[in-house]
Design a protein around this ligand. Structure first.
Ligand SMILES: [Cu+2]
Length: 152
């Protein structure tokens, strides 16, 4: 009985979202359209960990860029700044949301600007040797470019 229950859960996980890879699931993922005149973009997503131990996102690869970094926003002296982080932890049976003004993914050195309505790929590498492949729709810029710039 218990095994059937577990099997049902596994099957529903497998069939409801192709982005599922074992016990890490990605949802609400998207990338931003490139701001005209720049070669960067950012991406956001929700990462859910249904394992009994913490896992950390450590790197991201994509066909659109060879330089993709994990970042966080911090308030420093009343100024919103961002810095690169080595990893983003997703606690056991919890989720971490990458969103504007929080953790985010920075994409640098784009050969081609990201265009709204298209899709890009990403391979998310975690510290348990798991890689999760996802597709991210590119969304248009909702607001005018805000004044903080990316200094790298
Ligand atoms: Cu950033």
């Amino acid at each position: 009985m218990k095994n059937n229950f577990i099997l049902t859960i596994l099957l529903s996980l497998l069939f409801c979202n192709s982005a599922f890879a074992d016990e890490i699931s990605i949802s609400e993922q998207y990338a931003r359209e490139t701001i005209p005149g720049t070669t960067i973009s950012s991406a956001y997503m929700s990462i859910e960990n249904s394992m009994d131990k913490d896992v950390a996102l450590v790197s991201i690869a994509s066909t659109v860029s060879t330089r993709i970094e994990l970042h966080e926003h911090l308030m420093t002296n009343g100024m919103m700044q961002m810095q690169q982080v080595e990893s983003i932890i997703v606690k056991a049976n919890d989720k971490t949301v990458l969103q504007p003004h929080g953790y985010h993914v920075m994409i640098f050195n784009l050969d081609e600007p990201l265009v709204a309505g298209t899709e890009i790929d990403m391979a998310l590498k975690f510290d348990n040797d798991q890689t999760v492949n996802i597709k991210l729709p590119v969304q248009g810029l909702k607001k005018k470019t805000n004044s903080h710039s990316h200094k790298h």
